[in-house]
Design a protein around this ligand. Structure first.
Ligand code: PMP
Length: 364
């Protein structure tokens, strides 16, 4: 039988890292600490309550959840001007990003990003028939801001997307560079949205402000976040975005009706009410990250400066061999980034000790 699949999708594998039951799962940048019992109980009680009304569709506009997310951003990033109408949410920030592409992308439209970066970006573009254009980052994975602003003027994209901290490199984008991108984007005829993907924001080093602080003065800025990483809620699937109301209104047009289930909304709200407990180990993960980077450098590796909960390190002549060797010792990391590099997510101290001893053995 011939299926009329779109030719550009024929033979493609779906995106996704291996899900293996090994001792140290350090490949998808999750928080390694399970929610504490008190939070599990609070989520279970909230879901039970939601279950009583599951014969009805959920609140389509999830205004209570949007209010809670605005309050969280005020507490975490000191942005106290966000109202529920400035917040959007979906099933993971992946879906938030897809909404952005559905609303602003499309045939004949271009999205600009800076490689290496998150490998889902080209997929949102592909799935919405949007052209995906990349400019290389510098050797240390920072942005060449002059080249970036020149590219915005040349390419005239509908969106510029930068992950900060960037995946897979961990590189944070200084606020002055966000401002430079916003200034260049403001000159694009027809308009250009600057999207800062802050999936890993909570892991940034102290004193690095969130790009959300620039929203009031910039109607063409959108800042995306997730509860999947620092929040220890990857299984809950809740990503969100802060922006001016006009941006949110565009996303509301393309979302499916009732896209956030009552169970998801209840889970996310209960988790937000306990955000300090869920993020209790973020400082510990940050310290473990800095120790891991220092240790890898002591071993002679090059390690990208990282503000996230992972580190990109190398170079390896045969990274696949190192990956397989680690896996044979119960340590699952990620083959990603430029040829020769590997990425390890930061786990518990025990998991990182296993990673270090396994790496020493594999490379002995
Ligand atoms: N953005 C970046 C930079 C990511 O690394 C990820 C997850 N790997 C996401 C977005 C999506 O995460 P989620 O859909 O779980 O919110």
């Amino acid at each position: 039988m011939t299926l009329p699949i779109r030719p550009e999708l024929a033979g493609l594998e779906p995106y996704g890292a291996p899900q293996l039951d090994v001792t140290a799962r350090l490949n998808v940048n999750e928080n390694p600490y399970a929610p504490p019992d008190a939070v599990v109980d609070a989520i279970a009680a909230a879901v039970r309550k939601a279950a009583e009304g599951l014969n009805r569709y959920p609140d389509r506009d999830f205004l209570l959840l949007r209010g809670d997310l605005a309050a969280y951003l005020a507490a975490e990033s000191h942005v106290d001007f966000l109202e529920p109408r400035n917040i959007w949410a979906a099933n993971g920030s992946n879906e938030v990003m897809l909404h952005l592409h559905q609303a602003f992308g499309g045939p004949g439209r271009k999205v600009l990003s800076f490689a290496p970066t998150y490998s889902m970006y080209p997929e949102y573009a592909r799935d919405t028939l949007t052209d995906f254009v990349t400019l290389p980052r510098r050797a240390d994975f920072t942005l060449d801001i002059d080249a970036a602003t020149a590219a915005i003027r040349d390419v005239a994209p509908v969106m510029v997307i930068v992950a900060s901290p960037n995946n897979p490199t961990g590189t944070a984008l200084p606020l002055v560079h966000v401002e430079a991108l916003l200034a260049a984007a403001a000159d694009v005829p027809g308009g250009c949205l600057v999207v800062i993907d802050e999936a890993y924001a909570e892991f940034r080093r102290r004193g690095v402000p969130s790009a959300a602080s620039l929203i009031p003065a910039h109607p063409h800025l959108a800042v995306s976040r997730t509860m999947s990483k620092a929040f220890a809620l990857a299984g809950g699937r809740l990503g969100y975005l802060a922006a001016h109301e006009e941006v949110i209104d565009a996303l509301r047009v393309v979302r499916l009706p009732y896209h956030l289930s009552a169970v998801t909304q209840a889970t996310a709200r209960a988790a937000l009410a306990h955000h300090r407990d869920l993020q209790a180990q973020v400082d510990e993960i940050r310290a473990e990250r800095d120790d891991t980077v220092a240790w890898l450098r002591d071993q002679g590796y090059t390690v990208a400066d990282t503000d996230a909960n992972f580190a990109l390190f190398g170079p390896f002549e045969d990274r696949e061999r190192v990956f397989q060797g680690l896996l044979a010792r119960g340590v699952l990391i990620r083959v990603t980034g430029p040829e020769g590099w590997l990425r390890v997510s930061i786990g518990t101290p025990q998991e990182m000790a296993l990673f270090r001893s396994a790496l020493l053995e594999v490379t002995a």
